[in-house]
Design a binder for this molecule. Structure first.
Ligand SMILES: [Zn+2]
Length: 226
């Protein structure tokens, strides 16, 4: 109920080695409801994305395209961080986003990703060839995560912060978890750090790191440019 104040998205990136203008963006939102600690919604996601980028950097890896982490501000009260990120880009820069990945379903044990593409019903009787070609690539990437039982790629997915990008045609991925307790915790006093299993958190870092890196490094875009 207080007046608006200025806040900021927080951005970190590894510039691409061959096509730095092309971007894979991933992250979550660092605001939360003013109860609990906002760990599952959505602080753990911010730190997991940050750690994924840091690990890739420490391993000395540099993908072909830019891999960018964004901690979006103000998701809970108007999605202004996600909108501002989108508005700051030219049409050309939006089109150069090859994928957007969001984790905003809590930090329970992750199982994989859901994949969405604007204007496509992923379960339509008449399959969309562009969507299906992207899905086939994601299923291959999912195999890399089978060893930690987290490579399940489902039809349909995205996230609130990446919504503006997705509506402009950027393919979107939402990290999926077992989803057993998220809606017991989020937006409540119970959303605190003790609810995070460290092993689930580490797996989330692995999922974001593997998916982000491969999408940024593979020779072709996930889906062709518009
Ligand atoms: Zn959230």
């Amino acid at each position: 109920m207080l007046p608006d104040v200025e806040s900021f998205n927080v951005i970190a990136e590894i510039p691409g080695s061959e096509r730095p203008e092309e971007v894979v963006v991933m992250g979550g939102h660092y605001d939360s409801w003013d109860v609990g600690e906002g760990v599952h919604d959505d602080g753990a996601a911010c730190i997991a994305a940050w750690q994924a980028l840091r690990l890739i950097d420490r391993l000395g890896l540099q993908p072909r395209r830019t891999l960018r982490v964004v901690l979006w501000t103000n998701e809970e009260n108007g999605l202004r961080g996600g909108r501002a990120y989108h508005e700051a880009l030219s049409d050309e820069q939006v089109a150069a986003h090859v994928a957007a990945i969001e984790m905003d379903g809590g930090c329970e044990r992750p199982v994989g990703f859901g994949y969405g593409l604007s204007g496509v019903d992923p379960r339509a009787d008449e399959p969309d060839p562009v969507y299906e070609a992207g899905l086939a690539k994601l299923l291959q990437i999912g195999k890399l995560l089978e060893a930690i039982d987290a490579g399940d790629i489902q039809r349909g997915g995205g996230g609130a912060d990446i919504g503006p990008l997705m509506r402009s045609g950027v393919p979107g991925l939402g990290l999926r978890t077992v989803g057993e307790h998220y809606f017991d915790w989020h937006h409540t006093d119970a959303d605190t750090l003790d609810k995070v299993d460290p092993q689930a958190f580490r797996k989330a870092i692995a999922l974001l790191g593997v998916m982000g890196y491969v999408l940024a490094d593979m020779p072709e875009r996930l889906v062709p440019a518009n």
